[in-house]
Design a binder for this molecule. Structure first.
Ligand SMILES: Nc1ncnc2c1ncn2[C@@H]1O[C@H](COP(=O)(O)OP(=O)(O)O)[C@@H](O)[C@H]1O
Ligand SMILES: [Mg+2]
Length: 296
């Protein structure tokens, strides 16, 4: 399946991403998870979770610690083979396949603890993703050019420019700040030229201003690179301001899946996770209906 390319991509703007709600049944989901269950001995970490992600969606996943968020990511990226359930990417059944097969089908992820090559320069970390992982169109190898790849992701320097780390290109990855390492990890994921980007707590440990900046970057990546993005984050209020849909996990189960406004009003979600005060704060910033006087 070829997605339309926009601003930073190979084709002119206009073929913008699908808005949630107008995601008609005609558009094949980028990823479908059917009744995914992951057991660790007696513990059911993920309990029959189904979810579908359409092209161009920006979806948040929230839930208390231990809710199964990371395990769900591991299952849908091939890192953890689910105990039961089925996984389809672009309609292809990849259940039981390894991470490289998911990567080859356009899926990229970051890890809760950043995994960068600390001794290698920042630029070389990006080159690794570009050369050895993900979608490797033959043409790219032969001629250094590929029509289907957004120009912003064609080489390591341009990927660094997208994530704002050009000035750090020559520094060892271990020597840049933790927040820069998180950006670098996103860059390494982007270098595999994904269609679906899974982000696991990329804003953890960042200051409030940095979290907001990260959220804007994530939105920009989705908009300009025609990505589908699924974003796990603890900074719930920021997340709810930026995503169009949010899935709530609690004790391995999916207890809600809807717009931020719907989800923060869901009594089960308030009881299990948000609490009344948090829900009030979150409603104020919910992305689908900006409050009056709120910054646009
Ligand atoms: N490899 C593992 N072996 C055993 N238990 C695990 C493993 N990974 C996660 N768990 C358990 O599964 C549950 C869900 O964990 P996790 O997916 O990391 O939650 P979250 O990311 O929502 O905080 C937790 O109870 C955790 O201790
Ligand atoms: Mg986690």
């Amino acid at each position: 399946m070829t997605l339309p390319r926009s601003a930073l991509g190979a084709s002119p703007p206009g073929g913008r991403h699908q808005q949630p709600g107008e995601a008609g049944s005609a558009v094949a989901p980028v990823l479908e998870a059917h009744d995914i269950t992951v057991r660790f001995g007696g513990l059911v970490a993920v309990d029959a979770v189904s979810a579908s992600f359409s092209p161009g969606e920006l979806v948040g996943i929230i839930g208390p610690n231990g809710a199964g968020k990371t395990t769900f990511f591991n299952a849908i990226s091939g890192v953890q083979v689910p105990t039961s359930g089925r996984l389809l990417t672009n309609g292809r059944d990849l259940t039981g396949k390894g991470p490289h097969r998911y990567a080859a089908n356009g899926l990229a992820r970051t890890f809760q603890t950043p995994r960068v090559f600390a001794d290698l320069p920042v630029l070389a970390n990006i080159e690794f993703g570009l050369k050895f992982a993900g979608r490797r169109p033959r043409k790219y190898w032969l001629w250094g050019d590929e029509k289907d790849v957004p120009w912003a992701l064609r080489d390591a320097q341009s990927v660094l420019a997208v994530i704002g780390l050009s000035a750090q290109a020559a520094m060892p990855a271990g020597a840049i700040t933790p927040s820069q390492q998180r950006l670098l990890e996103i860059g390494m994921a982007l270098a595999t030229r994904p269609r679906l980007l899974l982000l696991d707590e990329v804003a953890a440990g960042l200051t409030e201003a940095e979290i907001e900046e990260m959220a804007r970057l994530i939105r920009r990546l989705r908009d300009e690179l025609d990505l589908t993005v699924v974003w796990i984050e603890h900074a719930v209020t920021t997340l709810l301001r930026h995503v169009e849909r949010v899935i709530v996990l609690h004790q391995g189960r999916k207890i809600a899946d809807g717009t931020p406004r719907e989800v923060v009003r869901n009594p089960d979600v308030i009881e299990a996770y948000l609490g009344d005060e948090m829900a009030d704060a979150a409603v104020y910033g919910a992305a689908d209906a900006p409050a009056e006087g709120a910054p646009a």
